[in-house]
Unconditional design. Sequence first.
Length: 410
Amino acid sequence: MENLATLAAPAPEKVEKPAHVPAELVVDFDYRRPEGPENDVHLGWRRLLQGPDIVWSPYHGGHWILTRGEDIKALIQDSAHLSSESIAIPYFPANQRPINLDPPHQAPYRRIIMPRLLPREIERLGGDVRQIARDAIEAIAPTGHCEFIADFAQILPIFVFMNLMGLPLEDRFRVLPYAEAATRGTKEEHDRAHLEMASYIRERLDGRGYAPGGMIERIVNSQIDGAPISDADVMSMCLLLLFGGLDTVASTLGFIARFLAENPAHRRQLVERIDDDTFVRNAVEELVRRHGVPNIARVVREDWTYKGAPFRAGEMVLFPILMGGLDDRFVEDPLRVDFTRHFPIPHTGFGFGAHTCPGAVLARREIQIFLEEWLPRIPDFEIAGTPRISGGSVNGVQELHLRWDPAARA
């Protein structure tokens, strides 16, 4: 998988296997470089299914990796044994509320943001989102080509999220590089990105440079356990939302566009039934299942053995959320994309339990709008050149050139 962007960086050092880790559980696998055939990051991850259910990697300080959907689903909800104090590998303790808090402490913070992410609120944004999608597509459709990530995949979710937060749209050019560095950069780049994003947020908070009615205003005026929210908690929540909202949907859209470009039968199936809301929603869920993006970590609280893996207090465990959608124990024939697959479609793409992704409804809606607006205008398209794919905390498509006949319409 020589086109992974992370391969351009020096290979990370390996650490020595701890004495308590069985040799048969050790794998030579770097989650930032999940090499797979055909430049497919998901197939790179799926090769772990050929071994034990839980493995240990010597990269990035050494850590465990869960490979099966059933374990990901069970343990991501097990706050008795696993802590959210660091959700990234290498160990990086943070104070981002609510994602670095364990149940029940995260609940008051989720209650602040969830009302703005309910289906009715997302539908309120729907007209604006659809218009942004149409404008972006109409700008590129006559040209017969585009670089999909910059020309569409980043435009749509970033407009939505900056609008949701109450931040100026022109600020996207400043914050996008921070999100990219935090999810795919080195530890030094990650740390610097957090400092730069915090500086940006501080400027907006101090100057009240945010729109009334947006998420930031809601956070600033909130209470936690009956007391006004602290300045530190305002900052941590804003950091979490900005880092979480600016990259994952764009990455998912990139994988979906690549799949449709390479699979004309699936593309035509969608074009023919694009007005069938139930069918399109099911297709969205199936595409999300096959193309999961996040990798989330937890910290072991105490010595504990699970399915033969001897976890020790302080060790890191990686939850590759995408694996639930690729595990043949969890979903039948996982590499086959079937838009008529029986609903509910099993996958772990948005997590489970107390830490289920709060933006799941928004993400699904944005993907559906992409399909409904793109395919009638550009029904047939193909890849030009070689996509640039990356691993890391968020697997993503960094560059995807597409081409089509500008005269063709559905």
